[in-house]
Ligand binder design. Structure first.
Ligand SMILES: [Zn+2]
Length: 207
């Protein structure tokens, strides 16, 4: 009946890594949902679905078992005190209200205070913070707070733009809408010209 969690591979998917996620429990829950909506979870096309969905959730929620701040603890000391901006960091996350994906881009600007991180580390932080049940507003704040806490930056600006499938495929059904959130801290909060500089660098002519 229900398939075993150890049977973790299939032709089209790479083997899953050891995960603290309870895969068999998700499989049982997915079978329940399929039955509840009026499907037959034992028909051929659905037989592997609960196990596949369980592995998918383990991946999409992998950030619950990681600590993104470790990426910011590998900084180097640099006198540079102008803005660093990494833009268009693609991410996907799961809206915690509907368990549906929201997909978009994060832009992170900061003014260092002696500590600079490798650019890929910022992308790692986005990756781990997004791979949790999330709301975009909180995700934006969390990323900004991490840079304040770990790098003691003079200022940080995080702008996230995303399209939410819970708005595009159900409910109000507005497929074109984008949700934009920003967190401005330190000198990006207090200094209007720094703030407008970072927004111009992020959006350029698009504004
Ligand atoms: Zn939602």
């Amino acid at each position: 009946m229900s398939s075993s969690a150890s049977n973790c591979t299939s032709e089209d998917e790479k083997p899953c890594e050891a995960t603290p996620v309870d895969l068999p429990r998700i499989e049982r829950a997915v079978r329940e949902i399929l039955t509840a909506v009026g499907e037959d979870p034992d028909r051929e096309g659905l037989r592997e679905t609960p196990a596949r969905v369980a592995r998918m959730y383990a991946e999409l929620f992998s950030g619950l078992h990681t600590d993104p701040k470790i990426h910011l603890q590998k900084f180097f000391t640099e006198k540079y005190d102008e803005m660093v901006l990494v833009k268009d960091i693609a991410f996907n996350s799961m809206c915690e209200h509907h368990m549906l994906p929201f997909i978009g881009k994060a832009h992170i600007g900061y003014v260092p205070n002696g500590k600079v991180v490798g650019l890929s580390k910022l992308a790692r932080v986005v990756e781990e913070v997004s791979h949790r049940p999330q709301v975009q507003e909180r995700m934006t704040e969390q990323i900004a707070d991490l840079l304040i806490q770990e790098l003691e930056v003079k200022g940080v600006a995080v702008v996230i733009e995303a399209s939410h499938s819970c708005m595009s495929i159900r409910g109000i059904r507005k497929p074109e809408s984008m949700c934009v959130t920003s967190a401005m801290k330190g000198l990006f909060r207090t200094n209007l010209s720094s703030r407008s500089e970072v927004m111009t660098l992020i959006y350029g002519d698009r504004r």
